[in-house]
Design a protein around this ligand. Structure first.
Ligand code: NAD
Ligand code: TYD
Length: 341
C-alpha cells in the first residue's frame, strides 16, 4: 500500500483522512478523486494543496473510464471510498443521487479494483445500515442490515455489493461502519455544525421531535485512526464497527454545545420530526478494539472541540451558508420553524 485513491476526499471525513494519512505516512501518495458536489470543498484540502505527494482529480465514481484513467495515471494500488451523498434529510427529499453514487458508483469502483487487480478496496460505511436499535442492544458486524432511510438503504446496498465481490471474486475488500462524526470541515447541514453556526448567529436550533434520539458522536480524527488501522491490520472480507460506546441524546448534545459556546438555551426550537427518524444507533466496538484501537475523545470533548473550530473558522462556513444552502435551509426548515413559533 503506497498510492491511495481517496474517492470523496474533498468532503468532511475524506479530507480529514487525507490530511491524517499524509502526515502519518511520509512515503504514501494520495490522489483525491471527487465530483465536487455541493458537499465537496477544496478549501478542506488547502493545508495539503502544495504537498507533492497529493494530487486532485475532479470526477464522478459512476464514470468507469474516468476512474480507470485516474487509477492508471497515478499508479493506484488502494481505493478508499468515502464518496457518497450523505445527508438523511436530503435523501428523504430526493433519493436519486444517493442510489446512483452509493449503489452504481460503488459497483464501478469494485469493477475497476477487479479489472486492474488492485491490492485493496476499502468501503466507508455507517452505523445507519443496521437501522434503529432497541434499548439494551448494540449492533455487531454480523447483524442483518435493516436500513430505514433512503440514505441508509443506499449505504447498505453498497456494503452488500462489496461483500458479494469478496465472496464471488475474492476481491481484497474491507468495510468500516462509523457512527456520527463531528469535527472540522463538516458541511453545516449536519446537526452539530448547523447548530454551532446558527448559535453564533443567534438563529434558532431546530431540534427534531422531542430530541431524545440517541447517537454516538465521534471525533473525526479518531475515526480516521480506526480506518487506518483496518487498512493495515483488518482481515479481508470483514466489516468493523467504529463507534465510541458512548450514547448521547440529542438534547444533551445541544445543552453541551450551547454551554460551551456561552449561548442561550432559548435558541432551542422543537420542530416537526424527520419521517422514519431512527431513535437510536448503538455499536458494539469489541472487534475494532481487539485490533488495538480506542477513541481518544469523549463525546463531550468532541462536541466542545468542534464548537471551537466553527467559532474560529468563519472564513470556511460563512461562504457555504450564503450560497445553495439558503434555498435548502428554507425548504427543509422554513415551514417547520414557522409552525414551531
Ligand atoms: P460529505 O458529504 O462531507 O462528503 C462526500 C464527498 O463525496 C463530497 O466531497 C462529494 O463531492 C463526494 N461525492 C459525492 N458523490 C460523488 C460521486 N458520484 N463521485 C465522486 N465524488 C462524489 O460526507 P462525509 O460526512 O465526509 O462522509 C464520507 C463517507 O463516510 C460517506 O460514505 C458516508 O456515508 C460515511 N459516513 C459518514 C458519517 C458522518 O457522520 N458524516 C458517519 C459514518 C459514515
Ligand atoms: P444528522 O447530523 O443529520 O445525522 P444522522 O441523521 O445521519 O444521524 O442528525 C443527527 C441527529 O440530530 C439525528 O437524530 C437528527 C437530529 N437533527 C435535529 O434534531 N435537527 C436537525 O436540524 C438535524 C439536521 C438533525
Amino acid at each position: 500500500m503506497k498510492n491511495l485513491l481517496v474517492t470523496g476526499g474533498a468532503g468532511f471525513i475524506g479530507s480529514n483522512f487525507v490530511i491524517y494519512m499524509l502526515d502519518k505516512y511520509t512515503d504514501y501518495n494520495i490522489t483525491v478523486y471527487d465530483k465536487l458536489t455541493y458537499a465537496g470543498n477544496l478549501d478542506n484540502l488547502l493545508g495539503v494543496a502544495d504537498d507533492p505527494r497529493y494530487s486532485f482529480v475532479k470526477g464522478d465514481i459512476c464514470d468507469a473510464a474516468a476512474v480507470t484513467a485516474a487509477v492508471k495515471e497515478h499508479n493506484i494500488d488502494t481505493i478508499v471510498n468515502f464518496a457518497a451523498e450523505t445527508h438523511v434529510d436530503r435523501s428523504i427529499m430526493d433519493p436519486d443521487a444517493f442510489v446512483k453514487t452509493s449503489v452504481y458508483g460503488t459497483y464501478v469502483l469494485l469493477e475497476v479494483t477487479r479489472e486492474l487487480g488492485l491490492e485493496r478496496f476499502h468501503q466507508i460505511s455507517t452505523d445507519e445500515v443496521y437501522g434503529h436499535i432497541p434499548f439494551g442492544q448494540s449492533s455487531v458486524e454480523t447483524d442483518s442490515l435493516e436500513p430505514r432511510s433512503p440514505y441508509a438503504a443506499s449505504k447498505a446496498s453498497a456494503d452488500l455489493m462489496v461483500k458479494a465481490y469478496f465472496v464471488t471474486y475474492g476481491l481484497p475488500v474491507t468495510i468500516t461502519r462509523g457512527s456520527n462524526n463531528i469535527g472540522p470541515y463538516q458541511y453545516p447541514e449536519k446537526v452539530i455544525p448547523l447548530f454551532a453556526t446558527n448559535a453564533i448567529d443567534g438563529e434558532p436550533l431546530p431540534v427534531y421531535g422531542d430530541g431524545r434520539q440517541m447517537r454516538e458522536y465521534q471525533y473525526v480524527v479518531d475515526h480516521c485512526e480506526a480506518i487506518d488501522l483496518v487498512l493495515h491490520k483488518g482481515v479481508l472480507g470483514e466489516a468493523y464497527n467504529i463507534g465510541t460506546g458512548e450514547e448521547m441524546e440529542n438534547m444533551e448534545m445541544v445543552q453541551i454545545l450551547l454551554e460551551a459556546m456561552g449561548k442561550s438555551h432559548d435558541l432551542i426550537r422543537h420542530v416537526a420530526d424527520r419521517p422514519g427518524h431512527d431513535r437510536r444507533y448503538s455499536l458494539n466496538i469489541g472487534k475494532i478494539k481487539a485490533l488495538g484501537w480506542q477513541p481518544r475523545h469523549t463525546a463531550e470533548e468532541a462536541i466542545i472541540k468542534t464548537a471551537r473550530w466553527y467559532e474560529a473558522n468563519e472564513w470556511w462556513w460563512r461562504k457555504i451558508k450564503s450560497g445553495e444552502f439558503k434555498k435548502y435551509y428554507q425548504a427543509q426548515y422554513g415551514k417547520r420553524l414557522a409552525e414551531a413559533g
